[in-house]
Ligand binder design. Structure first.
Ligand code: UD1
Length: 417
């Protein structure tokens, strides 16, 4: 298993390109199931989660080819309707095949994901919405068996603005009979990207990006030819890396509007963020100011940036409170940060982070995707050598992160163990 070895203390400088968004690519590739023919995607990141969705769709009968950042998916001959436990367990986004399969073929068998490192993460709102559209869904040996002659549009009020639930229901509604109204829908940029892609296939959708999405079902959809949006969480992670190392980094290809909540907090922490010739420049301040953060659904501060922002706050000039409102158990990185000398106390869903003068390198263990990124960030700023183990988590969602950081001047390598 590979590990990442960092000798900390370098200020990051230079220009870095932001890759395509994992969380936009996964639902979009599943959306290929909605229509026969060859669907084409560009700006697809090279990630383990993309390999997993490729494997999953191939098992359903989709023929997939990849070259560089291009992915072609021919969904003409689907002959299997099951997302097995082994796949869903490693990547929860696999449940995004449920809506499209049910809408186009009237059947799907999808393993329940079970818990994961950051919380319980049920999918009850996905199934509740599909049942409201007329699907029959039973649980059998850990699998959801879903059937529907024809999904029928209806009004669905989501108890929580779930991202995956909104995506599943949005995809299902495109081929339902009549109008579906999703209320309290998620507003994340990835939802807008998915809706734009579905519209380019012929779907009739209004209101994506707001809390109310209206979908008028159509009998069939055409093929996709779509460029995946830039990854706002990768961009955000690199922005924190610049701030944390007191560096000066230009990010190419990010959409600044997607990162306003993070930018506001980075400015509060003393960083300087500006737009220069279409690039975003982040300059870290000599003194990092303590800054409180609460995670919430978009446009609030993203839970997927909570661990990275905590990494920054470990070196602040005072105490900050970081509150996690989206997932109940997303502080697994705290114990590892403590191994590097961070002073953090957990109190319910808040973490009180008292800034220390220095972090000191040590071996640490990645526990989930974003936690692993936060440990890499700590390593960049720590004195001495940090080894981050179990980086298969990192590879799920960051494309060559260590290469990008090395090009910015970090002393970081990947070592095969
Ligand atoms: C997506 C993102 C993930 C991000 C999360 C929140 C992808 C592939 N993953 O995950 O990176 O951290 O959004 O921004 O895009 N919930 C229920 N019942 C449901 C569904 C969700 O109770 O049926 C709860 C979850 O347990 C959680 C909250 O709602 O507490 C938000 O989850 P959700 O928005 O669904 O996250 P994901 O789509 O799984």
């Amino acid at each position: 298993m590979d590990k990442i070895v960092i000798h900390g203390g370098q200020e990051l400088r230079g220009t870095v390109h932001v890759s395509g968004a994992k969380n936009a690519a996964l639902p979009l590739i599943c959306a290929a199931l909605l229509a026969p023919g060859k669907h084409r995607f560009s700006n697809v990141p090279r990630l383990r989660d993309i390999d997993t969705v490729e494997k999953l769709l191939s098992a359903l009968g989709v023929r997939i080819t990849r070259e560089g950042d291009l992915l072609e998916a021919d969904a003409s001959n689907i002959d299997n309707f099951e997302a097995p436990y082994d796949v869903v367990r490693t990547m929860r986004a696999s449940v995004l095949v449920l809506g499209p399969l049910l809408a186009r073929f009237g059947r799907a068998r999808v393993s329940l994901p079970g818990g994961c490192a950051i919380g319980a993460r049920p999918i009850d709102l996905h199934t509740k919405g599909l049942k409201a559209m007329g699907a029959e869904i039973d649980l059998e040996e850990g699998y959801l068996n879903a059937k529907a002659q024809q999904l029928v549009g209806t009004r669905i009020h989501l108890d929580l603005p779930t991202v995956g639930g909104t995506e599943n229901l949005l995809m299902a509604a495109t081929l339902a009979k009549g109008e579906t109204v999703l209320e309290n829908a998620a507003c994340e940029p990835e939802i807008v990207d998915l809706a734009e892609a579905l519209k380019s296939m012929g779907a009739r959708i209004e209101g994506a990006g707001t809390g109310t999405i209206r979908v008028e079902g159509v009998p069939e959809l055409g093929t996709l030819n779509y460029r995946i949006m830039p990854d706002r969480i990768e961009a955000g992670t690199l922005m924190v890396a610049a701030a944390m190392t007191r560096g000066d980094v230009l990010l190419e290809g990010m959409v600044p509007e997607h990162l306003e909540a993070l930018s506001a907090k980075l400015r509060e922490a003393g960083a300087d963020i500006s737009q220069e010739n279409g690039l975003t420049r982040v300059r870290g301040a000599g003194v990092i100011l303590p800054t409180n953060v609460q995670t919430s659904p978009y446009p609030g501060f993203p839970t997927d940036m909570q661990a990275q922002f905590m990494a920054l706050m470990t070196l602040a000039n005072g105490a900050s409170v970081i509150t996690e409102n989206v997932f109940e158990n997303r502080f697994m990185h705290v114990c590892e940060m403590q191994r590097l000398g961070a002073d953090i106390t957990i109190d319910g869903k808040s973490a009180i982070v008292k800034g220390v003068k220095k972090l000191y390198g040590a071996p640490v263990m990645a526990t989930d995707l974003r936690a692993s990124a936060s440990l890499v960030l700590c390593g960049l700023a720590a004195e001495g050598t940090t080894e981050v183990k179990r980086i298969y988590h990192l590879d799920r969602g960051y494309e060559r992160l260590e290469e990008k950081l090395r090009a910015l001047g970090a002393d970081i390598i990947r070592v095969a163990e």
